[in-house]
Design a binder for this molecule. Structure first.
Ligand code: ZN
Length: 297
């Protein structure tokens, strides 16, 4: 099932993405956050969808499908070898010695998330190196620690599309880390809906792409990942419990702006289209907004 959240007549409603319409679930129906945590909630959403009203997809404004987070978003760095090698010599102090034997992990704050069609707030006084990273995101459904690769799939509730928007100069300015250059408010679109795990035939065989103003900048298959989804789950959960609702970004393929010659960064008015085959696409416009003025509370 494809389940999402939408803003309808001023309230936030759970929806099921049908073909071609969107099914509007009644108020109080399970949300995608409920669905990833509970098979009973998934069954209830399925049953409610049978008799709920439908609406044309274009008339429904979808929101980020997940909003209840236990902690930061868990992220994987350099998980496609072509991206790892394209970035060689361009990481300004974040250069590993050689191809890593284990996946690289970092986190970004949950306030960095935004919806599939929202504008990306762009503040050039904070960064002049805004970059894009098309990524497959997975959501944990069942808690587990030291999960073996062979059982990793049992712990996944669903998948969605994400763009790990990053500010390269902010990454480098603060000691060559990731958190601070990847956590600006409302800059990381996810969605457009959650596709439940039972609908994914082969998570290592999905086309992933990113278009900037209609130009294809990234195009790959999840089969090209350096570390498979199962391996990422096994290594991340090694001695560290993963919880239902944990969102894991699984890395981006080659073609990012920082690694291009000349480098190509995002600017006002850019249209970002991030797509994964069968999972839908995010469409976000870069729009100037102030993130640098003091806001209390
Ligand atoms: Zn990333």
């Amino acid at each position: 099932m494809k389940v999402g959240l939408a803003s309808i007549d001023g309230s936030i409603r759970s929806v099921v993405i049908g073909e071609p319409d969107v099914i509007i679930l009644p108020l109080g129906a399970p949300t995608p956050d409920d669905v990833v945590r509970s098979p009973a909630a998934l069954a209830q959403a399925r049953s409610l969808a049978l008799h709920a009203p439908r609406q044309d997809r274009d008339s429904v404004h979808l929101l980020a499908p997940l909003r209840a987070f236990n902690r930061d978003i868990l992220c994987t760095g350099w998980n496609y070898w072509d991206h790892f090698f394209e970035s060689a010599g361009r990481r300004q102090g974040q250069e590993p010695a050689e191809a890593p034997e284990h996946p690289t992990f970092f986190t970004k704050g949950p306030l960095s998330l935004t919806g599939p069609y929202e504008p990306i707030p762009f503040d050039p006084t904070i960064s002049v190196q805004w970059d894009y990273e098309a990524e497959l995101a997975i959501v944990i459904g069942k808690a587990g620690r030291s999960i073996p690769e062979s059982r990793a799939a049992e712990h996944v509730a669903g998948v969605l599309v994400a763009n790990d928007i990053s500010q390269r100069d902010v990454q480098r300015a603060h000691g060559g880390q990731w958190l601070k250059g990847k956590s600006l408010d409302a800059t990381t679109p996810i969605g457009p809906w959650l596709t439940t795990w039972d609908e994914v035939a082969d998570v290592q065989d999905l086309d992933i792409s990113f278009e900037l103003n209609g130009v294809l900048m990234q195009s790959a298959s999840t089969s090209e990942m350096a570390f498979s989804i199962s391996r990422v789950i096994a290594e991340l959960s090694w001695g560290m419990t993963l919880l239902p609702g944990d969102l894991i970004l699984t890395g981006t393929p080659s073609g990012i702006g920082n690694a291009r010659t000349p480098q190509e960064f995002l600017t006002e008015g850019d249209l970002l289209v991030t797509r994964i085959g069968g999972l839908g696409e995010l469409r976000n416009r870069v729009a100037v907004a102030s993130l640098s003025e003091y806001v209390a509370g």
